[in-house]
Design a protein around this ligand. Structure first.
Ligand code: 2IT
Length: 446
């Protein structure tokens, strides 16, 4: 059996009941063969076995009291996945489906993603099975404080720097950062995604969506094409979708479909300007149902319980969550002439959907490359905090653009160098992996 196959078997046996983790590891390892073959030292020094095991996992209880005085107990985690190239870095997710499998998959992905940014950040991820939907502000604050009452002892500006993710936005980061600061009596850059008045970076909230659009632009340029004039469908309705909507419009694209948990909205006139502002308003009001959009804008139609992948578009950008786009969706997109799929969420396409795109030779960007603009801008926030300085919007945006171009080019070059030009999955995996592997080798067996 090959080295890669034996490590995959080992991961499955050793981590039973963790399907998302198995999926993320398989997706990476199955593309690494050229790098493993060309560098026998990786096998000799058991680099893959070491990479598939997180360095440390902290699991803790988070008790909190609701507004009626009832006590609830959530389970929370921080997966400190890999620190070969920098302090652990990655978001915190609050969602009822958070479990160890989900956070290990996210920590594993984050390690390669952060490596691709070229900034010195290791990989980590954390979260809790807390559902912020329907909770009062006071309940959310109490939960964040109780969460931080334990997590604070495991993080630090040079140890582990969390940020937001699904269910954790500026408000939650503010509550967690504030409590951290109170406990350690240290005003330091231990979180990213902070408010602008206490060390946050301009552009951080929209950076993931901006970065995805810049990445898509680079892929299209390589083919002699551009964003202008293309039709887009995106899923999700959070920060990522917001950044995407703005930047797609800025660059002349036409966004015609967005979705929420209740279904999707089709607006052939394009979702731009005040319609994007309305999306943000809806989300900030705690209402994540997109149906309300059609009550306000008569040009739109709402499709209850359906996904936006049935609409004919040039570019599809899944931006909600893992495994949201399945094989039937992929076939629909291909049938309707979709030319390009860019993952804005982490692992939003199922392995079977990926196969459909591969067979149809659709231009495809994996999340760990395309959505790295979020964490890259977190890296820029860390830099600004260390310098005790704030860059202007233009300065941050310029750096973000050049980082995204760099990620695109290194993924493309790695795909070419390994005999699969234009295979961004293979290219991103090999480029991200190589840097981490080399750093691990250089640091000895630790
Ligand atoms: O998935 C991701 O890259 C994030 N949630 C952002 C992590 C970060 O540290 O900014």
């Amino acid at each position: 059996m090959s080295y890669i196959a034996s490590v995959l078997n080992f991961v499955k046996d050793r981590n039973p009941g963790e399907p998302e983790f198995h999926q993320a590891v398989s997706e990476v390892l199955l593309t690494l063969e050229p790098a493993i073959k060309a560098n026998p030292i990786y096998e000799k020094y058991s680099i893959l076995e070491r990479m598939v095991e997180p360095e440390r996992i902290i699991i803790f209880r988070v008790p909190w009291m609701d507004d009626q005085g009832k006590i609830h107990v959530q389970r929370a985690y921080r997966v400190q996945y890999n620190s070969a190239i920098g302090p652990y870095k990655g978001g915190i997710r609050f969602h009822p489906n958070v479990n160890l499998s989900v956070l290990k998959f996210l920590g594993f992905e984050q390690t390669f993603k952060n490596s691709l940014t070229t900034l010195p950040m290791g990989g980590g991820k954390g979260g809790a099975d807390f559902d912020p939907r329907g909770k009062s502000e006071a309940e959310v604050m109490r939960f964040c404080q109780s969460f931080m009452a334990e997590l604070y002892r495991h993080i630090g500006p040079n140890t582990d720097v969390p940020a937001g993710d699904i269910g954790v936005g500026a408000r939650e980061v503010g509550y967690m950062y504030g409590y951290y600061k109170k406990l350690v009596n240290d005003f330091t850059g231990v979180f990213t995604g902070k408010g602008l008045s206490f060390g946050g970076s301009l552009i951080r909230p929209e950076a993931t969506g901006f970065g995805v659009t810049y990445f898509a632009q680079e892929m299209l340029r390589k083919k002699g094409e551009e964003i202008a004039g293309k039709k887009f469908a995106i899923s999700g309705f959070g920060n990522v979708a917001w950044g995407l909507a703005q930047k797609i419009n800025d660059l002349g694209g036409k966004l015609i479909a967005i979705s929420g948990p209740d279904g999707f909205v089709l607006d052939e006139d394009g979702i731009s300007g005040e319609k994007v502002d309305y999306m943000v308003e809806l989300r900030n009001s705690g209402n994540d149902r997109v149906e309300d959009y059609v009550k306000k804008f008569s040009s739109a139609k709402f499709f209850a319980g359906r996904r936006p992948w049935e609409v004919p578009v040039d570019v599809a950008i899944p931006s909600a969550t893992q495994n949201e786009l399945d094989v039937a969706d992929a076939k629909n997109l291909v049938k309707n002439g979709c030319k390009m799929v860019v993952e804005a969420a982490n692992m939003p396409c199922t392995p079977e959907a990926l196969e459909v795109f591969r067979d149809a030779k659709i231009l495809f960007a994996p999340g760990k490359a395309a959505n790295a603009g979020g964490v890259a801008t977190s890296g820029l926030e860390m830099t600004q905090n260390s310098m005790r300085y704030n860059w202007s919007r233009e300065e941050v945006d310029e750096k973000l653009q050049s980082i995204m171009k760099g990620i695109h080019d290194s993924a493309y070059e790695a795909s070419e160098a390994n005999g699969a030009p234009g295979d961004y999955v293979l290219g991103a995996n090999i480029a991200g992996f190589t840097k981490v592997a080399e750093a691990m080798l250089a640091q000895g067996l630790i």
